[in-house]
Design a binder for this molecule. Structure first.
Ligand code: PEP
Length: 248
């Protein structure tokens, strides 16, 4: 059985004071959650978030990680630095990074390898743009992203990975994929992993949906057999909304 995982992606939002307040409100609301609860926060909020969530059922994640151990990589943050301050998860290959910061399947792969080597659990994002969906390329796009992003990663390492299927056209747009669209593509992504790693490994892999998931649509999406959780942007910035998604 795959344990559902709901992860917030705060993106570039919240100061430390705001993070402390939001986590303080969130903790009691999700204390009895049946799923795994994660908040992925800006680097500057990680230490605060780790302290504020101590002893709770909320794990803390980062929103990116460098592919190198250390050195001349101005502006990057290493896996060792993240581990040292209590980070457990890390989002890799979010579409905003792919679109605005030149992230490619190759760099996603390098970051994922580095995260796993250092005991961080990657949440690896894949997903098609609207033009790609409308021209019938969704499956080709996600297959290429999976093959490139997971090149050389072992079946044993895959146990510590979460995949997030995020159609780019649904992120931050208020336009959610229908539960049928989300299920269809996530089922396809699982079949790609089955081809690469075998069915039993693919059956254990948790695959989230992300893209304007909110308190209203979470339960229908989560009712789909292949959807194991959500990566939540906008709705993770308010404790009540995020808690409602967690309790889909
Ligand atoms: C995201 O940032 O991964 C995301 C899904 O954002 P939103 O929920 O706001 O669409």
């Amino acid at each position: 059985m795959r344990k559902p995982i709901i992860a917030g992606n705060w993106k570039m939002n919240k100061t430390n004071a705001e993070a402390e307040k939001l986590i303080g409100e969130l903790k009691p609301l999700v204390a009895d959650a049946k799923c795994e609860v994660v908040i992925c926060v800006p680097y500057t909020c990680i230490a605060t978030a780790v302290k504020a969530t101590a002893g709770s059922n909320i794990a803390v994640g980062a929103e990116n990680v460098a592919w190198a151990d250390a050195g001349a990589f101005t502006g990057e943050i290493s896996a060792e630095m993240l581990k040292e301050i209590g980070t457990e998860y890390v989002i890799i290959g979010h579409s905003e990074r792919r679109q605005m910061f030149g992230e490619t399947d190759e760099t996603v792969n390098k970051r994922t390898v580095q995260a796993l080597k250092n005991g961080l659990k990657p949440i690896v994002c894949v997903g098609e743009t609207l033009a790609e969906r409308e021209s019938g390329k969704t499956e080709t796009v996600v297959k290429t992203q999976v093959k490139g992003g997971f090149d050389g990663i072992s079946a044993a390492d895959l146990k510590n990975v979460v995949v997030a299927y995020e159609p780019v056209w649904a992120i931050g747009t208020g336009k959610t994929a229908t539960s049928e669209q989300a299920e269809e593509t996530i089922k396809y992504i699982r079949s790609v992993f089955a081809d690469l790693y075998g069915k039993s490994v693919a059956d254990e892999l948790r695959i989230q949906y992300g893209g304007s998931m909110n308190p209203k649509n979470a339960s229908e999406l989560m009712a789909q057999p292949d959807i194991d959780g959500g990566l939540i942007g906008g709705a993770s910035l308010k404790a009540e909304d995020f808690a409602k998604v967690v309790k889909y």
